[in-house]
Design a protein around this ligand. Structure first.
Ligand code: GAR
Length: 214
């Protein structure tokens, strides 16, 4: 791996996590966001990338196209950047096994829940509905099972009685912006590895709730 890790970020929307990573790169994250790819042309994250003079591409799904066909085009777009790390930052598509296996160990995701709780969508609403006292976000290696790859780092937030999903989402988002750049930095420093389906930091196995859960 070169001294600065080449990162491609995949987005579908606002891109606040992308922004946190871009800001972290400016702040000596030892990584460079070399490309941002969106499946949605209107994604605000593309504008964030332009502001930082980062190259962007859009890979829009064609009507009737299979997931495999889409992912092959996505892979071709990614490969143009010759990345060391693929960062999913609110990229709202399910990826094929072939795609995930191609990038295994160098593709990470952030999910707005304390995995393994609440995989999938509407996580904030579901945590409130379940009367949970805490919620959070997880950064994990992507494996072929949706939102089930080994957790690297989690951040917890409290849930208060009068929280709405929007209020809770904002609280979680703030934590996401702290943990995602940190994990990118660990990867860039070559401290983070996926080995036989488990995540390691500095050669030490990371537990199911991520590094230093408390
Ligand atoms: C983030 O909250 C992220 O955890 C979530 O999308 C949001 C993107 O926000 N990801 C998922 O739900 C993936 N399953 P952003 O575009 O402002 O970074």
């Amino acid at each position: 791996m070169p001294s600065s890790c080449r990162v491609v970020v995949l987005i579908s929307g606002n891109g606040t996590n992308l922004q946190a990573i871009i800001d972290g790169c400016d702040d000596n994250l030892l990584a460079d966001v070399v490309g941002v790819i969106s499946n949605k042309p209107e994604a605000y994250g593309l504008i964030r990338a332009h502001h930082s003079e980062i190259d962007t591409s859009c890979v829009i799904a064609h009507r009737g196209e299979s997931r495999a066909q889409y992912d092959a085009r996505l892979m071709a777009a990614i490969e143009r950047y010759q990345p060391d790390l693929i960062v999913l930052a609110g990229f709202m598509r399910i990826l094929t096994d072939d795609f995930v296996n191609h990038y295994l160990g160098r593709i990470i995701n952030i999910h707005p829940s304390l995995l393994p709780k609440y995989t999938g969508l509407n996580t904030h609403q579901r945590a409130i509905a379940a009367n949970d006292s805490e919620h959070g976000a997880s950064v994990h290696f992507v494996t072929s099972e949706l939102d089930a790859g080994p957790v690297i780092l989690q951040a917890k937030v409290p849930i208060y009685e009068d929280d709405t999903a929007e209020i809770l989402a904002a609280r979680v988002h703030e934590q996401e912006h702290a943990i995602y750049p940190l994990v990118v930095k660990w990867f860039s420093q070559q401290r983070l590895k996926l080995h036989e389906g488990q995540a390691y930091l500095d050669g030490t196995l990371i537990g199911p709730s991520g590094y230093a859960p408390d």
